[in-house]
Ligand binder design. Structure first.
Ligand code: HEM
Length: 435
């Protein structure tokens, strides 16, 4: 077990600014090895191998509960943060609607919305910060798919509002007890006011749709009175889990393609032979090379970079003893960048995912959507959205990097590029209307 002191020294400084950068370094230096991280007066166990992931998230799932630190305030008491019976009760409210979402319909909604996005990016006619466009579009997709209405009905600035809440949550999360606690009254005030405004927006949307008899089934189930359910937290957690991850993945995918002109052209060719204003949504989902590339983008930059848990009883993971109450992190970055399974792990290689599928021998080593009973229920929705969104964007626009500035990460909830994804966007002549 590698011992790492995150209270002092160079790595400690880096951890405070860019914990994901540290995870990438650990994966490169000690592939697959477990580490004991000392942070404040706590010791976190970090695992980077598939057996540990399987143990924590599947085989011994009842010995570990979710751990969110300061993010708990953000996600509230919801399906994402609960455990045991309370999680099962939450899950039962949203699962039927998530399971009922049809990939072809998701692709159709995505194509419509991302056609607008391509238009907005091209209207800027030069260098663009992609993140806000991708956040907005992915927020529209998840709201349309899950609720059947635009997110503007809750808040005209939903994606930005979530980021305000996140900034406050992230301020406290990596400062576990014993380490410096940061209190920023301005951020706290923004957090409280934004939460209140979102709550009012949701209440008004529910009232409006109830009065017109158009309340979506999911909202009806989530808003049904119960002493033990925070409806607001459930709706926010679902919308947020649905858009922040997919927007982050799209940003990374476009950044990778912007640095690989010939791959971008190859994927654009694949997409353009299938995409016409009248082509069926199924065509958007059937581009094997594009799907292999999306799998690679999720591998290289997993939007959820760790699975975070607390042991509820003493346990042992491989040779490593685990105390009751100990924090256990499974580094998805560590798994995806283990060169024994993914040689030259920072390089895009479509051959790793023949026909866009994960080969059987890599099962357990590739976990962008987690695993076990707490795995992402939105994987099918996300996959359809990512394929349709990238197909639509690539058909309309060419993406280029500004420079090869070094990578730094921002990790508020999903893994993002520090400072955002700034790319040049030019027309390809393939933009089209999807009326
Ligand atoms: C690229 C997109 C996405 C990625 C990479 C992703 C990844 C993940 C991961 C890794 C987890 C498990 C976390 C853990 O075990 O600690 C998770 C959970 C979850 N995701 Fe996603 N997700 C994505 C999209 C979505 C979408 C579109 C939805 C909405 C339908 C969604 C809803 C959820 C929910 C509700 C949970 C909590 C499940 C539970 O504990 O019951 N996700 N996601």
């Amino acid at each position: 077990v590698i011992e790492i002191d995150l209270n002092r020294g160079g790595l400690a400084a880096q951890w405070r600014i860019d914990p994901c950068g540290v995870l990438y370094e650990l994966a490169a230096l000690h592939p697959g090895a477990p580490a004991r991280l000392r942070l404040g007066d706590q010791t976190l166990l970090l695992f980077q191998d598939s057996l540990a992931a399987e143990h924590v998230a599947h085989a011994s799932v009842n010995s570990y509960r979710k751990h969110f630190g300061g993010f708990r305030q953000f996600f509230g008491d919801s399906r994402i943060t609960r455990d045991g019976e309370r999680w099962r009760a939450s899950r039962a409210r949203s699962q039927p609607a998530i399971a009922a979402a049809k990939p072809l319909e998701v692709a159709e909604v995505t194509r419509r919305i991302f056609t607008d996005t391509a238009g907005a990016l091209l209207a800027k006619n030069s260098i663009t910060l992609l993140d806000e466009h991708l956040d907005h579009a992915a927020g529209r997709v998840i709201a349309q798919v899950m609720l059947g209405f635009e997110p503007d009905e809750i808040s005209a600035t939903l994606a930005q509002d979530f980021r305000v809440l996140l900034r406050h949550a992230s301020m406290t999360t990596w400062n576990v007890s014993g380490a410096v606690q940061l209190h920023d009254p301005v951020l706290r005030d923004d957090f409280d006011r934004t939460r209140l405004r979102l709550r009012d927006g949701l209440t008004a949307a529910v009232r409006r749709h109830t009065s017109t008899g158009t309340l979506p089934v999911l909202l009806d189930r989530l808003m049904a009175a119960s002493d033990d359910l925070d409806s607001f937290a459930e709706v926010c957690a679902l919308l947020f889990a649905g858009f922040d991850t997919t927007a982050a993945a799209l940003g990374w995918a476009l950044w990778l393609l912007a640095g690989a002109g010939s791959l971008q052209d190859r994927l654009r060719d694949e997409v353009s032979t299938r995409l016409t204003p009248r082509s069926a949504a199924a065509e958007l989902l059937a581009c094997d090379e594009l799907n292999a590339f999306i799998a690679e983008a999720l591998r290289i930059f997993p939007p959820i970079p760790i699975l975070s848990r607390i042991a509820t009883e003493a346990d042992r993971i491989g040779d490593v003893p685990v105390n009751s109450g100990q924090k256990v992190l499974v580094s998805v970055i560590g798994l995806h960048h283990d060169r024994r399974w993914f040689p030259d792990p920072r390089k895009v290689s479509l051959a790793r995912f023949p026909r866009g599928e994960l080969p059987a021998e890599l099962r357990g080593h590739y976990l962008p959507f987690g695993l076990g009973q707490r795995a992402c229920p939105g994987g099918r929705i996300a996959s359809a959205e990512l394929s349709a969104a990238l197909a639509t964007l690539l058909h309309a626009a060419r993406f280029e990097r500004l420079s090869d500035a070094p990578l730094a990460f921002e990790w508020l909830a999903s893994l993002r590029r520090a400072g955002g994804q700034h790319l040049k966007v030019r027309p390809t002549g393939g933009a089209m209307s999807c009326a």
